[in-house]
Design a protein around this ligand. Structure first.
Ligand code: G1P
Length: 293
């Protein structure tokens, strides 16, 4: 019997230096794409995949992330008095079960692997998902739900993967590939941010994972990898051979919202999906692009 997937860890301790000055006094995960903060996209995607318990791995200055999911009594009361039903519905839709979000602190920035290890008490003996809120995926079936389905079938580790231009392998965790049916690939090795000449493929991991709890034992060794950080990729690599490990070429389009251009692309793509905005945005793009090129 495959253990049900109910837990998700969201590493949100990063300083967001690439978005300064916007992130000087605001968590980068609170930056909105259209009108919703990145953290809310991640939580909603997790809920759509059956996740019930969330652990935010936070750091200093991240209080707004927790606040965002709390009940805003005065705001709701004011909206009620003013008959703002649509706005109230927005707030109601995002309510999570009481007690379903916990936080742990990553006191020192020692890397993504260290951040996940900080959530070890929350993870316990259960399989868990990881969502990196910087990676936003526009998809008909939410990306984590696709991974959860693959996890149900294999009972093992599954990471979301996509091909990147060969010269960009040094930005991602890269797979060494075994059997490949076009959608699911067997992972035979993993390397964090290899130089193009050392990369075993150009299939890269994006910020969605379903992992078995054993990864924590490997991370606990605190071995430093690329960038002298404790890398999640290295901890995962140690599970290969002991439990099934697959990459899933997810359906959808990923936007790197940790990057300014990726963030801008996401704004446009998500606005074009909105009935209330798409016609105006399309008109703007048509005339603006004509004037620019
Ligand atoms: C992290 C992971 C990397 C993964 C990437 C996806 O890197 O370490 O393996 O490919 O997220 O976004 P970061 O973007 O934190 O440098």
């Amino acid at each position: 019997m495959v253990k049900p997937l109910r837990k998700a860890v969201l590493p949100v301790a990063g300083l967001g230096t690439r978005f300064l000055p916007a992130t000087k006094a605001t968590a980068k995960e609170m930056l909105p794409v259209v009108d919703k903060p990145l953290i809310q996209y991640a939580v909603e995607e997790a809920r759509a995949a059956g996740i019930e318990q969330f652990c935010f791995v936070t750091g200093r200055g991240k209080a707004a992330l927790v606040e965002h999911f709390d009940i805003a009594f005065e705001l709701e009361q004011t909206l009620l008095e003013r008959n703002k039903q649509a706005e109230l519905d927005l707030l109601n839709d995002m309510k999570v079960e009481p007690g379903s979000i916990v936080t742990v602190r990553q006191q020192v920035p020692l890397g993504l692997g260290h951040a996940i290890w900080c959530a070890r008490a929350f993870i316990g003996e259960d399989p868990f998902a990881i969502l990196l809120p910087d990676d936003l995926v526009l998809a008909d079936t939410p990306c984590l739900a696709q991974l959860a389905e693959a996890y149900q079938r294999t009972g093992g580790n599954v990471v979301a993967v996509t091909e990147v231009p060969p010269e960009q392998t040094n930005r991602y965790g890269i797979l060494k590939i075994g059997k490949d049916d076009g959608r699911m690939v067997e992972v035979t090795g993993l390397v964090e941010k290899p130089a193009p000449k050392d990369a075993p493929s150009n299939l890269s991991i994006i910020g969605r994972y379903v992992l078995l709890p054993e990864v924590i034992d490997h991370l606990a060794r605190m071995e430093r990898g690329a960038g002298n950080e404790v890398q999640l990729t290295d901890g995962m690599a140690r599970m290969i051979g002991n439990s099934p490990f697959h990459g899933l070429r997810y359906e959808g389009r990923r936007f790197d919202c940790g990057d300014k251009v990726g963030f801008l692309e996401a704004q446009i793509a998500f606005a074009l999906k909105r009935d209330d905005m798409a016609p105006a945005v399309r008109d703007f793009l048509k005339t603006y692009i004509k004037d620019c090129i």
